[in-house]
Design a protein around this ligand. Structure first.
Ligand SMILES: [Zn+2]
Ligand SMILES: [Zn+2]
Length: 203
């Protein structure tokens, strides 16, 4: 082509060479190839989780369910042109919530990175990579369901409190009727004869 040298082995977004860890050449459905790290950054900053849009042609590539970005097809044509020590790919996981790419080399099943990486390359490869935080959806737009003055979250507790207040007010009214209506009439009728007796017995 018109591009001499190894420019096809570079990611078009970050212009750094592909490798076998976090800069894996990932082949999108549109045929464009970008490194895993750049696709992870795009996926973290976008609202859609289940697909990634190509930064060149904006065509959506559905991600494999459950596995996500690392399970996308590698561009084998690019991978074959990498140095011989960088052709075997470790198992890479992508946590969108944490915004991190990391290899699962410590567990069983995946090959150790040190077994196929030269010591000079190992120093430049980090086992986890921060690709940014996902965009938080603003929760201030949606009003809360319960008013702020209401301390009760569950409806049953709310109705229990309403019932308690009703019973309390009814008891208060009944006790008020008893204290200010029934008791004075009883004390008047009860104190009537004793008062008469007291006044009549004194002289
Ligand atoms: Zn890149
Ligand atoms: Zn594309």
């Amino acid at each position: 082509g018109s591009c001499p040298g190894a420019c096809e082995l570079e990611c078009d977004i970050c212009f750094s060479g592909f490798d076998n860890v976090f800069k894996l050449p990932k082949l999108l459905a549109c045929g464009h190839t970008f490194c895993l790290e750049c696709l992870a950054r795009i996926n973290v900053s976008s609202e859609t989780v289940s697909s990634v849009s190509c930064p060149l042609c904006r065509r959506l590539t559905p991600l494999p369910s459950g596995k996500g970005l690392p399970a996308l097809d590698n561009n084998l044509a690019v991978l074959r042109r990498l140095p011989s020590g960088m052709r075997s790919v470790p198992s890479i996981r992508f946590s969108r919530d944490k915004g991190k790419l990391y290899t699962t080399s410590s567990g069983s099943g995946g090959p150790e990175p040190s077994s196929f990486l030269k010591p000079t390359q190992l120093s430049s490869v980090s086992l986890s990579l921060d690709v940014g935080q996902p965009a938080h959806r603003s929760s201030s737009d949606t009003p809360p369901r319960t008013p702020a003055w209401l301390p009760f979250r569950s409806s049953s507790c709310y109705y229990m409190a309403i019932g308690f207040v009703l019973i309390f007010t009814v008891a208060l009214v009944l006790s008020g009727i008893f204290l200010f209506v029934i008791v004075p009439t009883r004390s008047i009728t009860g104190a009537g004869p004793s008062g008469r007796n007291g006044t009549t017995q004194r002289p």
